[in-house]
Design a protein around this ligand. Structure first.
Ligand SMILES: Cc1cc2nc3c(=O)[nH]c(=O)nc-3n(C[C@H](O)[C@H](O)[C@H](O)COP(=O)(O)OP(=O)(O)OC[C@H]3O[C@@H](n4cnc5c(N)ncnc54)[C@H](O)[C@@H]3O)c2cc1C
Length: 374
């Protein structure tokens, strides 16, 4: 069976494309399908606030059934395990296989892990969000590990550390990063984050590349051992292994190489967006995935109509980063500027809840109460 359009993953770009189609009254040809493992899509921007107790889970996720129904797309809860790009054939975890006239990939990325791991530590990825949330719930109900380490030094790792300190007060937290903290943000942001972590009693270990997990300890390249009972990986993006075996052009790490039309460099009837793809000047981040969605929707529509006048996505040179700090403030970073304030959190809440509301409205769902709990 050949589907006119197969969309893999309910990532940010796909959600925006589907939302925009619904707003425009457009439905892709009958037989178009979205394949993704979970019936709901989580919104990364609100995850730290959810873990800190500011949001309820319903406010941070969108039900895919109503959204797909409104767009005339069939929803299949399944996972892609391999792709034959030449045949445009997807193999699914359930054993099913499907060919597509057009395929769009927006299935995110995994969490890079230390290369050697003897399995002695409980390991939790920052993604997928559903699994992280369920682990957090378990720790809240049955007791958290006494010593919890978080690996990563970017915005997500800092937000998670501050959120978990709030949620799991008895837990001794250590944040370990291979290079300097918040290296992609202005130096002032790193200074503010360091002082916040210190104030909250979170141990920060900078410049420690963890290469091995052995006998309940994280071993660094420099020969240090950091003991922990559980480890959260907030280490950035690692491409799914199937990407390199798909026949698609990938970079040396395995991310799918795309051009500005979001088409694969090697297979123009396969498009990719979000963290699974790579495009010069475009970091792996939700903000950029959302912007890609605004171009992905029209381009899929154009290709489905048999036309060739595609829009070009131009990554913005810089983006406003708003980091939740687990309290009533947020850390705003833009270019060389960084400041922490209540206003920054109000802006973050406004942007995040506005995005979620737009998805819920597109799916015809009743509007959620979008006020934070605390
Ligand atoms: C704690 C945390 C907070 C963050 N906060 C922010 C923020 O505030 N702002 C920001 O810009 N970025 C943030 N990020 C980064 C952001 O989450 C990612 O860059 C963004 O989610 C990438 O979106 P995406 O479109 O690639 O897909 P994702 O949002 O990663 O979604 C991938 C989708 O694909 C599905 N999927 C996965 N594998 C398969 C498969 N094999 N088959 C089918 N479906 C599959 C998943 O279930 C999911 O639906 C944060 C990250 C973390 C970890």
């Amino acid at each position: 069976m050949t589907a006119p359009l197969i969309m893999i993953g309910a990532g940010h770009a796909h959600l925006v494309a589907i939302r925009d189609w619904i707003r425009q009254g457009y439905q892709p040809p009958s037989g178009s399908v979205l394949i993704t493992p979970e019936p709901e899509a989580w919104y990364s921007g609100m995850m730290p606030g959810l873990l800190a107790g500011r949001w309820q889970s319903e406010q941070c996720r969108v039900a895919l059934g109503p959204l797909c129904h409104a767009a005339g797309i069939s929803l299949q809860l399944d996972s892609l395990i391999s792709l034959d790009a030449d045949q445009r054939r997807v193999q699914l975890a359930s054993g099913k296989a499907l060919n597509g006239e057009l395929i769009s990939l927006d299935c995110g990325a995994g969490n890079p892990a230390p290369p050697h791991n003897d399995g002695s530590l409980e390991l939790v990825g920052a993604k997928p969000f559903g699994a992280l949330y369920r682990r957090w719930q378990h720790w809240r109900e049955h007791g958290a590990p006494a010593r919890l380490a978080i690996l990563g030094g970017g915005a997500a790792a800092v937000e998670l550390a501050l959120a978990l300190q709030r949620a799991l007060p008895g837990c001794q937290l250590t944040l370990i990063c291979a290079s300097a903290l918040l290296a992609a943000q202005p130096p002032r942001a790193a200074r503010l984050a360091r002082s916040l972590l210190a104030d909250r009693g979170i141990t920060l270990q900078e410049g420690h590349l963890v290469s091995c997990i052995d006998s309940g300890a994280l071993l660094t390249e420099a020969g240090r051992a950091i003991e922990a009972d559980a480890l959260i990986l907030a280490t950035g993006a690692a491409p799914a292994p199937w990407q390199q075996n798909s026949g698609l052009a990938t970079d040396s790490s395995g991310f799918i190489q795309i051009g500005n039309t979001l088409q694969s460099q090697s297979h123009p009837r396969i498009l990719a967006s979000g963290d699974c793809a790579t495009l010069p000047g475009c970091p792996h981040s939700g903000v950029y995935a959302v912007r890609q969605g605004a171009v992905l929707g029209p381009n899929l529509r154009t290709l489905l109509a048999g036309d060739s006048a595609l829009q070009r996505y131009q990554p913005q040179p810089r983006a406003l980063a708003l980091l939740a700090t687990g309290d009533a403030q947020a850390l705003a970073c833009y270019g060389p500027l960084a400041l922490r304030s209540r206003l920054a959190l109000a802006l973050k809440d406004r942007l995040d809840t506005g995005f979620m509301r737009s998805l819920q409205q597109a799916g015809g769902l009743p509007a959620q109460d979008q006020r934070p709990i605390v």
